[in-house]
Design a binder for this molecule. Structure first.
Ligand code: C2E
Ligand code: CA
Ligand code: CA
Ligand code: CA
Length: 277
């Protein structure tokens, strides 16, 4: 038994070593990847359940690494945050996304994820304005996604308050991402005028098997209705989940069932309203 344990540790060490080497490699390669445009955007549709219209698309970063293939943002966003490269990466994603979305129909929103590190930079608000102006994008089509945990960092919260103050007049909207998983309180909704709430995919995943998860989904939908916010359920993978969300009165859904994140070319003409199904 002792030998077996040793073997397992050896195996574990080797795997861990390979994982660490890969992360170091990615960290070394990321600056050039950003510089040489190896970061692409995939778009994932958000469906309005009342009429099956694609209400908007979420921009999700993808790294096409010459040796590693497609690297998940789960791996490189945290590296980008730790090294500060997220500031440049995030700006490229915004610029590319807004340029592509400038020709979309005026009712189709583009949502972009913001990292707490990006928000921690003073001057973010001015850079965002510059990107909007130079891309010809209508700010009324932009949704900025912020997680609860972003708002508990004082430096980021300060810039967030500035963003809300200055961007709302331009028509920019805000979504509270991964709702229910972070450290926040309901007073967030009194302090920050969010427009959308995104129910985290962990609740949607379990909603048909866990009464607690279902109750949380229903409570968030009720909260959104009471506060006049749009509620988007994330991570919808099955017809059963979609049906349950309809039954519970959820207005918007996003997930592999509706559409996987895909390159812009997968969606064809977006200058007109786009319907699925
Ligand atoms: P997120 O903002 O919560 O984005 C949703 C994630 O859920 C995406 O993962 C998407 O591919 C995945 N997803 C969508 N539908 C389903 C489903 O039905 N089932 C499951 N299991 N997953 C689904 P992705 O693209 O790997 O991105 C992971 C995270 O990386 C994002 O989570 C976001 O926090 C971050 N991220 C991605 N792009 C950017 C970016 O440009 N900037 C920043 N700051 N963060 C980004
Ligand atoms: Ca437009
Ligand atoms: Ca998001
Ligand atoms: Ca999310």
């Amino acid at each position: 038994a002792k030998g077996e344990g040793g073997g397992r540790f050896f195996f574990f060490d080797k795997q861990l070593g390979a994982e660490i080497r890969l992360l170091r490699q990615l960290e070394a390669d990321l600056p050039a990847a950003i510089e040489h445009d190896q970061i692409d955007i995939y778009y994932q549709p958000v469906l309005r359940l009342s009429n099956n219209e694609v209400a908007g698309f979420e921009a999700l970063a993808r790294w096409c690494h010459p040796a590693q293939g497609q690297v998940s943002p789960a791996k490189f966003i945290s590296i980008a945050e730790e090294t500060g490269l997220i500031v440049e990466l995030g700006e490229k994603v915004m610029r590319k996304g807004m340029r592509e979305a400038a020709s979309w129909h005026s009712s189709t929103w583009l949502s972009v994820n913001l990292s707490p590190v990006q928000l921690g930079e003073a001057g973010f608000c001015d850079r965002l304005k510059e990107v909007m102006a130079s891309s010809g994008f209508d700010p009324g089509c932009l949704v900025l996604e912020i997680t609860e945990n972003t708002l508990i960092r004082e430096s980021a919260a300060e810039v967030a308050r500035e963003l809300f103050r200055e961007m709302r007049d331009l028509g920019v909207r805000f979504a509270l991402d991964d709702f229910g998983t972070g450290y926040s309180s309901l007073s967030t909704f009194r302090r920050y005028p969010f427009d959308n709430i995104k129910i985290d995919k962990s609740f949607v995943r379990d909603m048909l098997t866990s009464p607690e998860a279902r109750a949380i989904v229903q409570a968030v939908i009720g909260l959104g209705r009471g506060l006049g916010l749009k509620v988007v359920a994330e991570g919808v993978e099955t017809e059963g989940q979609l049906e349950a969300l309809r039954d519970d009165g959820c207005e918007y859904a996003q997930g592999f069932l509706i559409g996987r994140p895909a390159p812009r070319s997968a969606f064809g003409d977006l200058s007109r309203p786009f319907f699925l199904g």
